[in-house]
Design a protein around this ligand. Structure first.
Ligand code: SIN
Length: 276
């Protein structure tokens, strides 16, 4: 039923129709599979927003997304990802470009994000994932020792980020913390495995470090973690429902396709814990 899609990280779940009730035994099996395979792919699902909302709760409680401008009116807990939105200056907005982990500026960041592919370009638009547990294990012992115990400050939009996020509405801003501190190395609450917990979009600095040294360290860790041997690259098919584990992965979207074609996916996240 669970078939690996690569040497690590990605796996396909076969024989499950998410429009149908799932019994306790299957639910537990799927949740165990998610601990072993931090990207789970369910093919050919074709879910309505309401069906997607029900289906993801097999894995946890829904996390309220910060920027409500992308909420679907008919089911506001589900947001959309689209290549048809533009920044106020007219530049096209490609959500999710640049490696990141979702909403790490929350005190309890979402454990998982789920995308469901509704319309896709003929080619391109893959999502890349890197496995931060493997990247952590492969660090030299001296580097592991150096970063264990460090804490980073996460904000909605880091002034160091190359990617600019869409501005929050006034109401949304009231629900988003100004800044939170999270460990630079976190332990997965279910598997006990450690991983580097980075986010170039959100990290503003490292506690007790000069800015220049902190940015150099973060760049070094990112360059290490985004090497091809830690990557699973997902090539989308319409109907895919893909769920990934934000606690031990970074991911990024690719705007490498014909922008005359629509790329449109539903998006929802699941609540997580305080990173430790
Ligand atoms: C995201 O970062 O949530 C979007 C990823 C994608 O569109 O491929």
């Amino acid at each position: 039923m669970i078939t690996p899609l690569s040497l690590h990280t990605g796996a396909e779940v076969r024989g499950v129709d998410l429009t149908q009730p799932v019994d306790t035994a299957l639910r537990e099996r799927l949740n165990r599979a998610f601990v072993e395979h931090p990207v789970l792919v369910f093919r050919d699902q074709h879910l309505s927003p309401a069906q997607l909302f029900d289906a993801v709760q097999l894995f946890g409680e829904v996390f309220p997304q910060h920027n409500t401008r992308f909420a679907l009116p008919e089911c506001p807990q589900i947001h959309y990802i689209s290549n048809q939105d533009f920044y106020p200056d007219g530049k096209r907005y490609i959500p999710g470009e640049g490696y990141h982990t979702d909403h790490s500026n929350a005190a309890e960041p979402p454990k998982a994000t789920v995308l469901h592919a509704v319309r896709l370009p003929d080619r391109g638009g893959d999502t890349q994932f890197v496995n931060m547990q493997l990247a952590y294990q492969a660090l030299p012992a001296a580097m592991r020792q150096r970063i264990d115990g460090m804490r980073a400050m996460h904000v909605y939009q880091s002034r160091h980020s190359e990617r600019k996020l869409m501005a929050l509405s006034e109401t949304a801003r009231q629900n988003v913390p100004d800044a939170v501190l999270h460990p630079l190395v976190r332990t997965h609450p279910e598997s006990g495995r450690r991983s580097i917990y980075l986010n170039p979009i959100r990290i503003e600095g490292i506690v007790g470090m000069e800015e220049e040294a902190a940015l150099a360290l973060l760049d070094e860790l990112l360059a290490h973690a985004t090497q091809p041997q830690y990557e699973y690259r997902h090539q989308w098919r319409t109907g895919d429902m893909v769920m990934w584990d934000n606690r031990c992965l970074l991911h990024k979207a690719n705007g490498d396709y014909d922008m005359g074609q629509v790329r449109y996916l539903y998006r929802i996240m699941l609540k997580g814990d305080v990173p430790v």
